[in-house]
Design a protein around this ligand. Structure first.
Ligand SMILES: NC(=O)c1ccc[n+]([C@@H]2O[C@H](COP(=O)([O-])OP(=O)(O)OC[C@H]3O[C@@H](n4cnc5c(N)ncnc54)[C@H](OP(=O)(O)O)[C@@H]3O)[C@@H](O)[C@H]2O)c1
Length: 287
């Protein structure tokens, strides 16, 4: 297949593209190649490259900045997705759009199924839901893949932040009243590559197996690195006081992909082990 990947220089894009390239002809788009807010520029690239599919990863992903700059969030998450979906329709391409667990409010207290209705708490969540709607309205052949708590090379993420703080401070305060599923980008990349070649369209949840709080995640990171001198202290979201509200329980049930025979992603602890190994240079790859 000929595949365009937007957000190619981002955390997920940078690990997904080499996996896709084993079987497909891939063209990665960065902001330098094209501002996806520019409808004509997007249309021109799609018309020239005539992809069979587009994987749309580009987004304004800073959840707190979205809350403070809602117009920028709308442009980065809604307009870009609208333009990419229109261009995909123009050339007859299928589209895979990456969405988020933050489309849910986290009040259900059980893992969210693919057919549970979104009810976002934040500007980021609302703009990602609107992106989902654009994709559903514009294209029949679409995949919407909701994932959560990504970590991996080439991006600012929770693991790299905790490791940095652990090197700077004797104690780290971490939120203990939000539960989710950490997801290693390399594990997600394998599942996305499999899903793309099915013709089973619609909404999918793909996350690391298992769940934890940010506090539990931080404890695991610090312990895995043998940083026993660093104290990890649990705090509430209210004490932490971020601009954007987050769901208290945004675990996603990965039912549809499993029903298609796509193996569940490994446990998040295995993802963490692999990523920490990668940071130590045990596994090859740019970190
Ligand atoms: N990170 C997570 O924990 C998480 C969780 C759930 C879902 N997701 C979703 O997963 C996808 C990938 O996330 P990620 O963490 O890999 O994101 P990322 O590292 O922030 O990468 C996003 C990329 O998109 C680019 N981009 C943004 N607006 C653009 C525009 N108007 N034109 C061209 N390029 C633009 C950014 O370029 P600049 O750097 O120049 O802005 C950046 O390279 C996103 O759709 C995100 O919503 C992420």
């Amino acid at each position: 297949m000929r595949i365009i990947v937007t957000g190619a220089a981002g955390m997920l894009g940078s690990v997904l593209i080499p996996v896709l390239e084993r079987e497909h002809q891939v063209s990665g788009l960065t902001r330098k190649d094209c501002d996806l807010c520019d409808e004509h520029a997007v249309r021109e690239i799609f018309t020239r490259q005539r992809p069979d599919a587009v994987i749309h990863l580009a987004a304004f992903t800073n959840v707190d900045a979205c809350e403070l700059e809602p117009e920028k969030a709308k442009a980065g998450n809604e307009l870009t997705t609208f333009n990419v979906a229109q261009a995909a329709r123009h050339v007859g391409a299928a589209m895979l759009y990456i969405s988020t667990d933050y489309v849910f409010d986290g009040r259900l207290n059980r893992p969210y199924a693919e057919d549970d209705l979104p009810c976002p708490l934040s500007v980021y969540g609302r703009t990602k839901v609107q992106g989902e709607k654009h994709v559903q309205e514009i294209l029949d052949r679409h995949f919407i893949v909701r994932t959560s708590w990504l970590f991996g090379p080439n991006g600012k993420n929770f693991v790299s932040t905790i490791l940095r703080l652990a090197g700077e401070r004797p104690e780290i305060r971490v939120v203990n009243d939000q539960q989710g599923a950490p997801t290693y980008t390399r594990h997600l990349a394998q599942a996305l590559t499999q899903l793309l070649t099915t013709e089973e369209y619609g909404i999918f949840h793909l996350t690391g197996t298992g769940n934890c709080s940010w506090f539990e995640f931080a404890k695991k990171i610090v312990a895995a690195r043998g940083l026993s001198q660093v104290q990890v202290i649990p705090i509430s979201s209210a004490e932490f006081g971020r601009p954007a509200p987050r769901p208290a329980y945004s675990v996603l049930a990965n039912r549809r992909a499993t029903s298609l025979g796509i193996a569940p992603l490994p446990p998040w602890e295995k993802g963490l082990e692999d990523y920490l190994g990668e940071l130590c240079g045990i596994v090859g790859g740019q970190v």
